[in-house]
Design a protein around this ligand. Structure first.
Ligand code: PGA
Length: 249
């Protein structure tokens, strides 16, 4: 089996967050103009807490450009948007701001124009780091099962399992939950110098097994990352619980 991605096995969510933070901190401290593209949701919450502490204790982000992987289609200030998450969990909590903040506008009338606008941002700011979470169905961003591995930023429809995860994460009913998202495709995701995939919890164990031991197939989108040597997957014990011992070596 070809596997070039790096796997880091950790004990729990806290250790996963710490490892992720260490990598990002190092990039922020060593690059002249670090460009960090984040994800939102349950997986990176702990990492954001550490980033906030870091920045408020002197980690200098005045030259750092921050952006995001995706955005739900819906009102900008809805509880579930990437915009709301980023302000509530990061931008409103830090005492100095990054050099630039880019976000996709999920309430833009013309989605195609918005995609083109963000493409220009992506072209202008090659990412040093792209942080990702893993869907229970193996999705990456909103690249759901069936998405071609050469996808580029597009308007995606969510699978049912993704809608359920959003409802769970933001404590909302199905009729309030977004069903579409503008997402980076695999192409832009993998352009980052380092891609960090954070995976924690039993709920992700099946997807982790497919990611590391299953066939490389669009049925499990995350397998698009398996043979890429710029990808680092940080996996906690619960998420790794279905893996063969051999895989964890
Ligand atoms: P989560 O979602 O981080 O909220 O578990 C990950 C994902 O669905 O991409």
């Amino acid at each position: 089996m070809i596997k070039k991605m790096k796997t880091i096995f950790v004990k729990n969510y806290e250790e996963m967050s710490e490892k992720g933070y260490e990598i990002i901190k190092d990039v922020i401290e060593t690059k002249e103009q670090p460009v960090i593209s984040m994800t939102t949701g349950g997986s990176p919450r702990g990492l954001f807490t550490l980033l906030v502490e870091g920045v408020n204790n002197g980690l200098d982000i005045s030259n750092t450009v921050m952006m995001n992987l995706d955005e739900y289609i819906g009102p900008k200030n809805a509880v579930y948007t990437v915009n709301t998450f980023m302000y509530e969990n990061f931008y409103n909590k830090i005492n100095t701001q990054p050099k630039e903040i880019f976000l996709i506008n999920g309430e833009a009338d013309n989605k195609e124009e918005e995609i083109n606008r963000y493409k220009e941002v992506l072209n202008a700011y090659p990412r040093d780091v792209q942080v990702l979470g893993l869907g229970t169905n193996g999705h990456i961003g909103a690249n759901e099962p069936g998405t071609p591995f050469d996808s580029t930023i597009f308007l995606a429809e969510h699978d049912d399992s993704t809608i359920e995860s959003t409802m769970r994460e933001y404590n909302i009913e199905r009729d309030e939950a977004p069903t579409e998202m503008i997402t980076l495709g695999f192409t832009e995701i993998l352009e980052a110098e380092k891609v960090i995939l954070l995976v924690s919890g039993k709920r992700k164990s099946e997807a982790v097994k497919n990611l590391l031991e299953g066939e490389v197939s669009t049925d499990c989108p995350a397998t698009a990352l398996r043979d890429k040597d710029n990808v680092i997957v940080i996996i906690d014990e619960e998420a790794a619980s279905l893996l063969d011992e051999e895989t964890k070596k």
